[in-house]
Design a protein around this ligand. Sequence first.
Ligand code: PDD
Length: 280
Amino acid sequence: MSIVYLNGEFMEESQAHISIDDRGFLFADGVYEVVHLYNGRPFEWDCHIDRLYRSLNALKIAGVSRDDLVRARERLVADNPGREASLYIQITRGVQRRIHTPPTPGMLAPTILMWVRPVEPIDPQVVARGVAVITVTDDRWAKVWVKTIGLLPNVLARGQAADRGVYDAIFVRDGMVMEGTSANIFRVKQGVLQTAPVTNYILPGITRAVIIEIAKNEGYRVLEEPFTVDELYQSDEVFLSGTSTEVLAVTEVDGRRIAEAAGPVTESLLALFHERAQRS
Ligand code: PDD
C-alpha cells in the first residue's frame, strides 16, 4: 500500500482521485519534476525545485508553496525508506470546466500530486554494455525547456525506438542533435566532451549540469555547442544523462557501431557521479 500526496493531503494511492475537469487531464496544462532519492536523500533538490518554478512561471501557474513541497517530500520519503527511489511531482493549473482560456493567475487552486516509488538501479550489464538508439526528427514545440506534462512527441518517439528494438530515440532539429526522449546526450571525441547548448530546444537537465561540473573538475574540456548527426556517428563515446538514466553509454546509433562497450570517459564520469550521489 502506498501513500501519495494530493492537494495538501496524504492518502492511499487508491483513494487519490483527480477530476475529469482537471486542466492537466484536458489540456496537458501542467508541469512536473522527477527527483532521484539516494538512501532517502533527494539528489539536487534545490535545482529541481528552481526548475519547477521556472516551468510554473512559464505557464503562469501561481499558488505553490515551496515549504509545502518540502513537507510533503519529507513525509513521502519517510514512508518509503528504500535505498533507491524516485520522487514524482506534478502540478497542473487546476480544475475548471473545459475552456481554452486559462484563468487569471491565482484564481484557480493548482492540483499538486506527489509520490515516491522505489526504483531498480539499471542492470549493471546494460550499463557496461551500453544501449542502442535511433535518431528521429524533433517535432516538439519551441519551449522544450519547460518541463511540461505534454510529452506526446517524447512518448511517440520512444514508441518508434521500441518498435526498432532500441533503448531510446534522439531528437534531431535542423540536422543538430538535441537530446533523448527523457535524457540529455553527450559525445566524447579525443577526450573532449560535447553536448547541445542550453537553448529553448532542450531541457536543461540537472544531471547534465552535474556531469559538466564533474567533468570540468576532472580537467576535461566540455563544449556546450551544437553538433551534427554525422559527428555523433563519429564519436569515440556517447552517453545519455538524466535523473533515472544517470550516465548511460550509447554504443550504437542508427545501426552504426560507436563502441563495443561503455568507454573509459563514460565509466569514470559514472563512477564520480555515483560518489557524488552517495555523498549528497
Ligand atoms: N526526464 N531531457 C528530457 C526531455 C527529459 O525529460 C529529461 C528528464 C532530461 C534530463 O533531465 P534531468 O537530468 O534533470 O533528469 C533531459 C525525466 C527524468 C522524466 O521525464 O522522467
